[in-house]
Design a protein around this ligand. Sequence first.
Ligand SMILES: Cc1cc2nc3c(=O)[nH]c(=O)nc-3n(C[C@H](O)[C@H](O)[C@H](O)COP(=O)(O)OP(=O)(O)OC[C@H]3O[C@@H](n4cnc5c(N)ncnc54)[C@H](O)[C@@H]3O)c2cc1C
Length: 304
Amino acid sequence: MSSVTVIGAGVVGLSVAHELAGSGHRVRVLADRPATASVSAVAAAIWFPHDVQRSAAVVDSSAVAYRRFRELAADPATGVHMRTGMVHVRRPDADLSWTRAVPDHEITPEGVRCTVPLIETGVYLSWLRDAVLAQGTPIRTHRVTSLGDVLPDTDAVVVAAGIGSAALLGDDEVYPIRGQVVRLANPGLTDWLTDEDNPDGLTYVVPRRDDVVCGGTGEVGDWNEVPDPRIEAAILRRVRALVPALEGQPVLSRAAGLRPARSTVRVERVPGHPGPVFACYGHGGAGVTLSWGDAARIAALVVS
Ligand SMILES: Cc1cc2nc3c(=O)[nH]c(=O)nc-3n(C[C@H](O)[C@H](O)[C@H](O)COP(=O)(O)OP(=O)(O)OC[C@H]3O[C@@H](n4cnc5c(N)ncnc54)[C@H](O)[C@@H]3O)c2cc1C
């Protein structure tokens, strides 16, 4: 057993903290924003490896997380539900490696119809934070400016700070992919859909208990976290074309967030520090999808 400091309280940092405490480590979390104010709260979120470089490790972590979320879906308090929907496929060379992780899927002429976890982040992130606190792990509001300030007080550090990880580790491979959503009243929809290669732009519709998350965008290198009304109007045109039942539904809320993208997701020990430092970031548009899998990988690395 050792003491571990996790930097970051988004879905990745909280999942890492949970798995480390479950492995018997003494954990503390430092974060300058709560999960509910991070990009993790902007995600709809459905389990799907969007905007992330696919690899065997990504598919494996997705599969681990799929199974974990399916277990969590048995408890409505978690905000996780198993939901059926359609991944529209428009390109013959589309990468369908992710279907290996999805037991219930069917390839159709339009794409892949499948059942995946829907994680209502507004509910889930609060549940996850409470689960971490219940393990005895403190979550402190604190901005870390240098790992050198943290390392003397702890046996190991995990950098799970999303887009903020770049500055902490001097990693110039990290970049934002901006995403904007608008949330409408739910007219009674249950099935979700994604249409990544829609010629009019990325489109998805994710019905939740109290709203429908409509998206989206993927603006590479754009740091603007403020929703843009012209982009919202275009999103509404696209989703209503695919799902006419959304016509006339009132806007309940809107948001924009920065997906923490990187050439590849980084889950490894980082050399060159006076103490053990581990990286867990760069999850792009799939941080929720990979969360439990990459948290388990970090827990295995910290032990070895
Ligand atoms: C519109 C949109 C839709 C999305 N939909 C999905 C989806 O359906 N499924 C899916 O899997 N993913 C989705 N994503 C992607 C997902 O939101 C991210 O991959 C995920 O939230 C990243 O989590 P994170 O914990 O790494 O980062 P964050 O949520 O950004 O958390 C980072 C944490 O680190 C802290 N931090 C940063 N720097 C410092 C510092 N210097 N000191 C202290 N603390 C620091 C922050 O305060 C915060 O607590 C979507 C994203 C967007 C924008």
